[in-house]
Structure formats: structure tokens, C-alpha cells
Design a protein around this ligand. Structure first.
Ligand code: B12
Length: 359
């Protein structure tokens, strides 16, 4: 794998972790000392948001330091710049926060690690400011979304369950498949809603509402589907700790169920300890993990080493997917997983290919 910047060793990464919260405190204080006039209007909420954003900077910096690949952080910065712009936060504050983090680590870490952190932050900033100006978040739109998608997105946003169910059922009644309908209508509708949140046009509450309705129509669709006889294989599916985005995983669960697998769908934010115990208890033929943000990739890495520690060569094979995998596929090889898949439509085929290789 080509790396952009040298990675930190285990001791350097540990020191970085120790300094995280001090770095956030120091840079937040500096922001308020310097730009009180801009942020005073937001009160305590603004201070919390500032801390949260700096926390996210460091979450995204961590994989740069661990894997040496800078692009996920650049994409994150471009995405954040678009989020801040529509919320009237001056763009230069973002670059400044990176400079101040550099200064903090330069004075609190020993060489050569301090130099590596500064170099990583500098590279991310340069690529963010001067790199090719593609889309703001690097989230690919879904090709060939169905025409019903727009009406479905409106129904989700306005909380119109009846309309959402009727559009979904209409597709199934025309003989379109459940997973196909989820992929070509529900998924693009939710991506559109995400873009609207990014542009400050919908609230987090509306995101929750849209999710709840989407999950309900999908469940209804599954109940109406013909479930084939069990093929003897079991998959455990979980969103890694910290990942609240569970709808994509639910689609993957539906795809495996309709292919005859026994599916244990654990949903959002599954604590790593609980997941390892669950795998020990149920011994699935495959473990599927969903990851939405680049910084959650290290949770996958941690799960992989815990699985190897606990089960050695008898650990179940692991398939990963989710927005972070689609955005930063280049990092997959560094995770030690067995395979990955872009969407619910191709996941079962990837799993079968894996079983074929094993057999
Ligand atoms: C609904 C939603 C939420 C809901 C989720 C509720 C729930 N129970 O799922 C809530 C409100 C909780 C939420 C919270 C947040 N969200 Co949000 N959210 C969304 C939204 C609009 C839809 C997510 C979704 O369901 N997508 C549809 C599914 C079908 O797509 P998918 O997840 O990509 O899944 C497919 C593939 O990736 C793959 N796949 C997924 N998992 C797996 C697993 C395996 C094993 C395999 C093989 C394949 C696979 O197959 C799936 C089906 O084809 C997205 C927009 C988007 N582009 O997705 C933003 C989005 C993901 N959220 C975002 C953000 C920033 C957040 C928050 C930080 C702030 C906020 N908006 O509140 C928090 C963070 C929460 C956290 N710690 O995880 C950003 C992420 C930016 C990024 N990664 O670059 C997005 C992209 C919005 C945006 N455009 O800015 N969110």
C-alpha cells in the first residue's frame, strides 16, 4: 500500500492518545481567547461544538498517524468545511485549528513523533486547501436511483408513513425484489437526506424520523417476502462500537436472509467486548461489520486482533462494509479483514466467493 506520510509506532500512538483531551482543551481555549466575538453568540453550545469538532479532527488524524494515508482526513476536512460554511463559521478557522493542534503536539511530544504529527497535519491541510476540489464530502451518489426515490425521500422527511409504505409496497407489487427496492429507492433517498443535513436544510430529528420510517417499511417488506429454507450458514452482523448508522446493515441482513442464511442482526453501536463474547457463544460462519467514519476503522482493527487472540486460526472470516469502507477502500487491506463489499446487493456474492476460497 502506498503511504503519504510515515506512520507512528505504538509508543507514539499511545502518547498521542494521552494528549488528546489536553489538545482539545488547549485549542478550544485559544479559539475563545482569539475569536470570542464570533463564538459568544453560540453560548455553551458553541463551546461544546468546538470541542466536538476538535475531537473529530483528532479522530480522523489517528488513522493518518496509524496507517500513513491522509486522504480520509482531507475528505473529512472538505466535508466539515461545507458543514461550517452553511452555519456561518469563517472558513479560515478550520485551517487555524489545524495549525494550533500542530503547535500543541510540537510542544508536548518528543521527537521524532512530534515531527511526524506536525507533518501529517500539514499535509492534510495542504491537500484540503490546494488539492483537487471534487465534491465536498466524497460520498458517491447512487447510480440509477429509481424515479420513485424523490417522492419517497419527501415522505420520509415529512413523516408521511402512509405514503412511504405505499411507494415501497408499490415497487414490490410490481415484482421488484426487496433488496433491489431497498438499494435503488431507500438508500438513495437516505443519501439525499444526508446531503440536506450537511447543507443545514434538515435537522437531526428529521434524520431520526426518516430512519425510523425507512426501517419500518423495510421490515414490512421482509415480512411479506418468501424466506427460503436455511442453507446451514449463520452470519452475525453488527455496527462497530460508535457507529449509530444501522439501516445499511439492516439491508445487508435482508440480503443474507433472502439468500437462505440464518442472520443475527445486532444493529447499531455494538460494544467490542460484547461482540467478541457473542461470537464465542454462537460461532457464526461469517461476521459482518459496518463502519461509517474513517476513525471507526481502528475499531475494526481492534476487533480483528481480539478475534485472533481469542480463536486463533478458528476465528470466523470477517466481511466489512459501510460508508467509510466505500469512501476509503484503500485502507481495507490494512485492517486484516477477509473481504468487503460496497452494498447489500453484492455482499452475499462476496461472502460466497470467500466460502469458495476457503473450500
Ligand atoms: C440516518 C442518518 C443518521 C441517523 C442514523 C440512525 C440509524 N439508526 O441508522 C443518526 C441521526 C443517528 C445519525 C447520526 C450521525 N450522523 Co448520520 N446520517 C444518516 C444518513 C442520512 C442516512 C444513513 C443511512 O441509513 N444510509 C443508507 C444506507 C443504506 O447506506 P449505507 O449506510 O452506506 O449502507 C450501504 C453500504 O454502505 C453497505 N454497508 C453498510 N454496512 C455494511 C456492512 C457490511 C458487512 C457490508 C458487506 C456492507 C455494508 O451496504 C448498505 C446497503 O447497500 C446519512 C447519509 C448517507 N449518505 O448515508 C448520514 C451520514 C452518514 N451521517 C453523517 C454524520 C456526520 C452524522 C453525525 C456525526 C451527525 C449527525 N448528522 O447527527 C452523527 C454520528 C453518529 C454516529 N456516531 O454514528 C454523515 C457522515 C459523513 C462522512 N462519513 O463523511 C452523513 C453521510 C451525512 C452527510 N452527508 O454529511 N445519522
Amino acid at each position: 500500500m502506498n503511504v503519504d506520510t510515515p506512520a507512528l509506532g505504538p509508543a507514539g500512538l499511545e502518547r498521542f492518545e494521552q494528549l488528546r483531551s489536553d489538545a482539545i482543551d488547549a485549542v478550544t481555549e485559544r479559539f475563545y481567547a482569539c475569536h470570542d466575538a464570533v463564538y459568544a453568540r453560540f453560548g455553551q453550545r458553541g463551546r461544546d461544538a468546538c470541542r466536538e469538532d476538535l475531537g473529530f479532527h483528532l479522530e480522523f488524524l489517528r488513522p493518518v498517524l496509524e496507517f500513513g494515508i491522509v486522504q480520509p482526513m482531507v475528505d473529512y476536512l472538505r466535508w466539515l468545511a461545507s458543514v461550517l460554511a452553511v452555519r456561518d463559521i469563517p472558513a479560515e478557522h478550520l485551517s487555524q485549528s489545524l495549525d494550533w493542534l500542530s503547535e500543541f503536539f510540537a510542544t508536548h511530544m518528543a521527537e521524532p513523533d512530534a515531527g511526524l504529527v506536525v507533518k501529517a497535519l500539514h499535509l492534510a491541510k495542504e491537500k484540503f486547501l490546494h488539492g483537487d476540489a471534487a465534491g465536498p464530502a466524497g460520498i458517491d451518489p447512487i447510480p440509477n436511483a429509481w424515479t420513485e426515490c424523490e417522492a419517497f425521500a419527501s415522505a420520509l422527511l415529512s413523516g408521511d408513513r402512509r405514503a412511504a409504505h405505499s411507494l415501497f409496497d408499490g415497487c414490490l407489487d410490481q415484482g421488484r425484489g426487496l433488496v433491489e427496492t431497498e438499494l435503488q429507492m431507500v438508500q438513495p433517498a437516505l443519501y439525499t437526506i444526508g446531503k440536506k443535513w450537511q447543507d443545514n436544510q434538515v435537522t437531526v430529528a428529521q434524520e431520526h424520523l426518516a430512519t425510523a420510517i425507512a426501517q419500518s417499511v423495510m421490515m414490512h417488506g421482509l415480512l411479506k417476502s418468501q424466506i427460503p429454507a436455511a442453507n446451514g450458514s449463520t452470519i452475525v452482523l453488527a455496527c462497530v462500537e460508535g457507529n449509530q448508522h444501522a439501516v445499511g446493515l439492516q439491508m445487508v441482513a435482508d440480503a443474507f436472509q433472502l439468500a437462505g442464511w440464518d442472520v443475527q442482526y445486532l444493529g447499531a453501536n455494538v460494544p467490542t467486548n460484547a461482540l467478541i463474547k457473542h461470537v464465542a457463544q454462537f460461532k457464526p460462519n461469517l461476521l459482518g461489520l459496518s463502519v461509517s467514519f474513517a476513525h471507526q476503522l481502528r475499531v475494526v482493527k481492534d476487533i480483528m486482533s481480539r478475534l485472533t487472540q481469542s480463536f486463533g486460526a478458528a476465528r470466523p472470516p470477517v466481511i466489512v462494509g459501510g460508508l467509510a469502507i466505500n469512501q476509503f477502500g484503500g485502507l481495507v487491506r490494512a485492517l486484516g479483514v477477509d473481504t468487503w463489499s460496497r452494498d447489500a446487493g453484492s455482499a452475499v456474492a462476496s461472502a460466497s466467493q470467500l466460502a469458495g476460497q476457503a473450500g
